[in-house]
Design a protein. Structure first.
Length: 258
């Protein structure tokens, strides 16, 4: 299975789902985003399994969706709730793959078999977000879905702590081809990448960035939230954030705890 992934990652993405008020941000080529892209390119055609781990807000979901938006095969995306039982997890996968809700009386076995039939021979990607919420039995079902001689689907499991959860299911863990751990940005990476994230950050003085980083650190979701709040304060996009505004933004986000 060949893949066609746009080699240019510096494009304006859709508005981040978790920050609907954010405007003007651009996708930046973080080390994590580059690694996701490289691994997806490597495993296309091999029906591999990828684990993507990392703390909330470091870009696991956004980076994965960004890379998969450029592949030339169907992408089935599943969001898992907290500790879904076997049939609930199976139902969510079934809906993502088939595009329809199964009949209420459909057994878990029938769900699995029909999902297997749909995936059989289909060049596609099955991505399961918040996979760390899945029980061991649900993960074994995923292993069964993927572990077919004619399976051509690339399986991606992502979420904070997913590596430890999958390790409890040796029959799945032994089949994992790549493990990616997305880290928060280091100080040098922030200095290099934050100006590319948003014009407001590019125009902000270094001392103020240091003050803001006491809250945001290397977490991209936190930096995006800073820009969102600053925009709501009607700070001009290209004027940057001054120290007074920075202190107000941090207080408004943290409730004055910092």
């Amino acid at each position: 299975m060949a893949t066609k992934i746009d080699s240019t990652l510096r494009i304006t993405p859709p508005t981040p789902e978790h920050l609907p008020g954010l405007r003007g941000a651009k996708t930046i080529e973080t080390p994590g985003l580059r690694e996701i892209k490289v691994v997806v390119e490597q495993l296309f055609g091999d029906s591999g399994i990828i684990l993507i781990d990392g703390k909330p807000g470091v870009g696991k979901t956004f980076g994965t969706k960004h890379v998969l938006a450029s592949v030339d095969v169907p992408v089935h995306w599943v969001d898992m709730p907290d500790t879904p039982k076997g049939k609930e997890a199976n139902t969510r996968i079934f809906m993502a793959v088939t595009g329809r809700r199964p009949p209420d009386r459909m057994t878990e076995f029938a769900l699995t078999q029909e999902t297997v039939d749909v995936l059989d021979g289909l060049e596609s990607v099955l991505a399961i977000d918040e996979a760390q919420n899945m029980t061991s039995s649900a993960l074994r079902q995923v292993r069964f879905l993927h572990d077919r001689p004619t399976t051509k689907a690339l399986l991606i499991l992502l979420g904070p702590g997913v590596t430890d959860v999958v390790r409890r299911v040796p029959e799945l863990d032994s089949r994992v081809a790549r493990r990616i751990n997305i880290n928060a940005l280091s100080g040098s990476q922030m200095r290099h990448l934050l100006p590319e994230l948003h014009p407001m950050l590019a125009a902000t003085d270094g001392d103020v960035i240091t003050r803001l980083s006491e809250y945001a650190k290397g977490n991209l979701r936190n930096w995006a939230r800073i820009v969102e709040v600053a925009s709501n304060l009607r700070i001009p996009c290209n004027s940057g954030i001054d120290e007074k505004a920075a202190n107000f933004i941090i207080r408004s986000i943290t409730g004055g705890g910092r």
